[in-house]
Design a binder for this molecule. Structure first.
Ligand code: NAD
Ligand code: TYD
Length: 360
């Protein structure tokens, strides 16, 4: 079996569902269930004995050690993190606790467990760390995309905490020869994406008749990858990646935020038209994110060349599926938009009024 951390979040829950749909190996899903973790993401696995959910904090090394001793996994896939840049600006401490100290605790538990293995089980063990392209910092318009040797230059508390965790993972390979792998992926989108991130926020606000808040001029560029493609890349790296190596994962799909928002509005105009007018009329420009990275782009040639991985979806196909999923799963959206979500929206957007005074 394998252990997954953070498997109740957006990417982790997609990974767990896909994993169990594709093979019979059990998954121990270790998750603290923060505001971002949601067991309803895993409702389809409720009666599946191959999915074992354990609530816990990756900062708890003893708990993790007991878990590893009990289940004896052949691999750990580490998704658990605080993942939202805007939240990291408001509350950086939680990002250091989980992303840095938590990854360290998990590495220590994994090292003790792996050291006690022998023979093939020891050689075949893998620790796969899921990271982000944001560790590389920001690009100018003409710069080549990030590759695996691009120097780290993180700019937000989120990306700095992820960079620190990447360095720890790297050090465990070089110092202890622990068989670790790291993936650095671009922005994901798809089903079960928590509606505080750009794409699900725009879909949800559009349908609710609310303003669609674009930070600053909206000309910041991101590379977008459908979550199912990220999950297939992770499976491929786990299966065939070389220990100690880093693989950049991306969709070859750079877009400005404004173009993403226009695309969402235009597709919604056809799939779920308003009584009159276009969703584009709801777009407002609000105060920019402090330290906002201007452009991310990923050179994903290494994983393609060495492991034969390529994304299956284009942005056009993936975003249509995603919008349709949100239209078909409005109860899920309503359920996650309560409690903490409402106070977050208030905190993040209250001071970002546009020039006309409209509140996002
Ligand atoms: P998410 O915020 O949706 O989910 C994070 C999950 O981790 C939640 O289920 C949460 O409950 C759990 N968690 C948080 N703190 C924990 C702790 N201390 N102990 C145990 N569990 C804890 O995040 P996501 O978007 O699914 O991202 C997953 C991973 O992928 C993260 O490491 C993130 O940095 C990385 N990543 C995300 C993207 C993206 O676009 N979302 C892109 C590249 C890389
Ligand atoms: P986000 O989904 O938060 O991901 P990340 O910051 O990790 O890239 O944001 C994606 C882009 O969208 C980013 O450039 C910030 C921008 N953005 C907005 O313009 N408006 C919003 O309300 C949000 C949440 C993000």
């Amino acid at each position: 079996m394998i252990v997954v951390t953070g498997g109740a979040g957006f990417i982790g829950s997609n990974f767990v569902r896909d994993w169990l749909a594709l093979n019979d190996e059990s998954v121990i899903n270790f998750d603290k269930l923060t505001y971002a973790g949601n067991l309803s993401n895993l409702a389809s696995l409720e009666h599946d004995p191959r999915h074992i959910f354990v609530r816990g904090d990756i900062c708890d090394t003893d708990r993790l050690s007991r878990l590893l001793a009990e289940y004896k996994p052949r691999a750990i896939v580490h998704f658990a993190a605080e993942s939202h840049v805007d939240r990291s600006i408001h509350s950086p401490g939680e990002f250091i606790a989980t992303n840095v100290n938590g990854t360290f605790s998990l590495l220590e538990a994994a090292r003790a467990y792996w050291s006690g293995l022998s023979g093939e089980r020891k050689a075949d063990f893998r620790f796969l760390h899921i990271s982000t392209d944001e560790v590389y910092g920001t690009l100018g318009p003409q710069d080549p995309p990030f590759h695996e040797m691009t120097p780290y230059a993180p700019n937000s508390p989120y990306s700095a905490s992820k960079a620190a965790s990447d360095h720890l993972v790297r050090a465990y390979f070089h110092t202890y020869a622990m068989p670790v792998l790291t993936t650095n992926c671009s922005n994901n989108y798809g089903p079960f994406h928590f509606p505080e991130k750009l794409i699900p926020l725009i879909i949800s606000n559009a349908r609710a008749g609310k303003a669609l808040p674009v930070y600053g001029d909206g000309l910041q560029v991101r590379d977008w990858l459908y979550v199912g493609d990220h999950c297939s890349a992770i499976r491929r790296v786990l299966e065939a990646g070389c220990p100690g190596e880093v693989y950049n994962v991306g969709g070859w799909n750079e877009m400005t935020n404004l173009d993403v928002v226009y695309t969402l509005c235009d597709i919604l105009d056809t799939l779920d038209p308003k009584a009159s007018g276009s969703y584009r009329e709801q777009i407002i420009h609000v105060q920019d994110r402090p330290g906002h990275d201007r452009r991310y782009a990923i050179d994903a040639r290494k994983i393609e060349r060495e492991l034969g991985w390529k994304p299956a979806e284009t942005f056009e196909t993936g975003i249509r599926k995603t919008i349709q999923w949100y239209l078909d799963n409005q109860a899920w959206v309503r359920d996650v938009q309560s409690g903490d979500y409402l106070s977050w929206v208030q905190k993040n957007y209250a001071e970002r009024n546009d020039t006309k005074g409209t509140t996002a």
